[in-house]
Ligand binder design. Structure first.
Ligand code: SAM
Ligand code: SF4
Ligand code: SF4
Length: 386
């Protein structure tokens, strides 16, 4: 299927928004009191999930994320000195864990492009939650380098992976990644991850109307009964470069009705608080969940906001802390690290920032676009990760 019309791209030289400093209350001498331990934000939400972007570069040019027209050879990617080192990332992660983070996801850009990523994984795998358990340590990848790296990632301490794959039809997939990358190589990567023990594996499919919605059923057929959890993601209005239009979104409700024409599905409970996906199990003859057939998920970021229990913080490649995927500014933790601040101060700063968090973009989207007409530039998905 072809695009219904030419997408609208907004040419902007540098998509990165400016950083904001750490609030006064978080600084040592000005701090009213340190903010340490388990804290909730201004809407009572705990801090449980940290997503760390390890690179702003990618070898794909998915049209919904890094359109070629913007992310061309002249795009000003971050210079190496701007990136957080592995030691800096681990220090920040430790402070987040002290505030209750139990899950860390490495993302990007394409995280497997970051040189020696296994060393970072080894460092993060040594961190323990407040009650002494290992972290849930995972990574989202486009799968292109997974066949080569799966064993080393597992050996370094990675527990599982999520692989993005937008269709099984080779022509559709090559055109969506826009670098002519074949489906077969991603499937090989998924198999290698499975063989290395990086499961349960999740596969993310961003569904774009008229582009890959006809791949929903073939994808479900392919992964049913394999142990892989396939998740259909609504195409989001993240960033400012992908020319997003509501018409391109296939609501999750539509995905589920389509699947129900071929498969019996039964709703499943969320497996963790703040989970982004609504889970559906393949049903057996009696309507119960058939575990051998497995499950699918839908992530309804556009049509059904899940800000109410959003427990996710995001750390950009250059050390800015974002409190929402749709934020326009991030808090500059790198300066704090590089000006010699000690761990208690870092932890206090993160605590104060989280306590002030009131973000709920997706909830407000329906009522009114939070930044409509204000000229506010939202952060790009490739900069901050999914
Ligand atoms: N490069 C890796 C990958 O593609 O898996 C990790 C980074 S990517 C930004 C993380 C996730 O965000 C991917 O699953 C991708 O499909 C998803 N994503 C990117 N842009 C999106 C958009 N506009 N709407 C919904 N999901 C999007
Ligand atoms: Fe790269 Fe992932 Fe964005 Fe695709 S979605 S361009 S693979 S960062
Ligand atoms: Fe969380 Fe922001 Fe997404 Fe709401 S819009 S679920 S606050 S990241």
């Amino acid at each position: 299927m072809s695009e219904p019309s030419t997408p609208r791209f907004i040419p902007i030289a540098d998509q990165r928004p400016s950083a904001i400093g750490i609030p006064d209350a978080a600084w040592g001498q000005n701090a009213l009191m340190p903010a340490v331990g388990l804290l909730t934000d201004a809407r009572g939400r705990e801090l449980r999930d940290l997503r760390i972007s390890v690179t702003d570069r990618c070898n794909f040019r998915c049209s919904y994320c890094m359109p070629k027209e913007i992310f061309g050879k002249d795009y000003p990617y971050l210079p190496h000195a701007s990136l957080l080192t592995f030691e800096e990332i681990t220090r920040i992660a430790r402070s987040f864990v002290a505030h209750g983070v139990q899950k860390i996801r490495l993302t990007g850009g394409e995280p497997l492009l970051r040189k020696n990523i296994e060393i970072l994984i080894e460092q993060l795998a040594r961190l323990k939650t407040e009650d002494g358990r290992p972290l849930d340590l995972t990574l989202t990848t486009n799968g292109s380098l997974l066949a080569r790296k799966a064993k080393a990632l597992k050996a370094a301490g990675l527990q599982r992976v999520t692989v993005s794959l937008d269709g099984l039809d080779d022509a559709v997939f090559r055109s969506m990644n826009d670098v002519d990358f074949p489906v077969a190589d991603v499937l090989e990567g998924i198999q290698a991850a499975h063989d290395a023990g990086l499961g349960p594996i999740k596969v993310n499919m961003v569904v774009k109307r008229g582009t890959n919605d006809h791949e929903i059923i073939p994808m479900a057929r392919h992964f049913r009964g394999t142990g892989v959890v396939l998740r259909f993601i609504e195409y989001m209005d993240v960033g400012a470069t992908n020319g997003w239009r509501m018409n391109d979104v296939v609501p999750s409700a539509e995905v589920i009705s389509l699947l129900q024409k071929e498969f019996a599905l039964t709703p499943l409970e969320a497996s963790a608080p703040g989970e982004t996906a609504q889970r559906w199990g393949y049903a057996d003859r009696h309507g119960g969940h058939d575990n051998t057939a497995g499950e699918i998920g839908v992530i309804s970021s556009v049509t059904q906001a899940f800000c109410g229990d959003c427990n996710r913080a995001r750390l950009s490649t250059e050390g800015r802390l974002y409190l929402c995927l749709f934020a326009s500014q991030g808090y500059d933790l790198r300066t704090l690290l590089r000006n010699g601040s000690d761990d208690p101060l870092l932890e206090s700063a993160i605590g104060h920032i989280w306590q002030g968090r009131a973000d709920r973009y997706s909830e407000l989207r329906g009522a009114k676009a939070a930044d409509a007409g204000t000229g506010v530039r939202r952060v790009e998905m490739s900069y901050i990760g999914g």
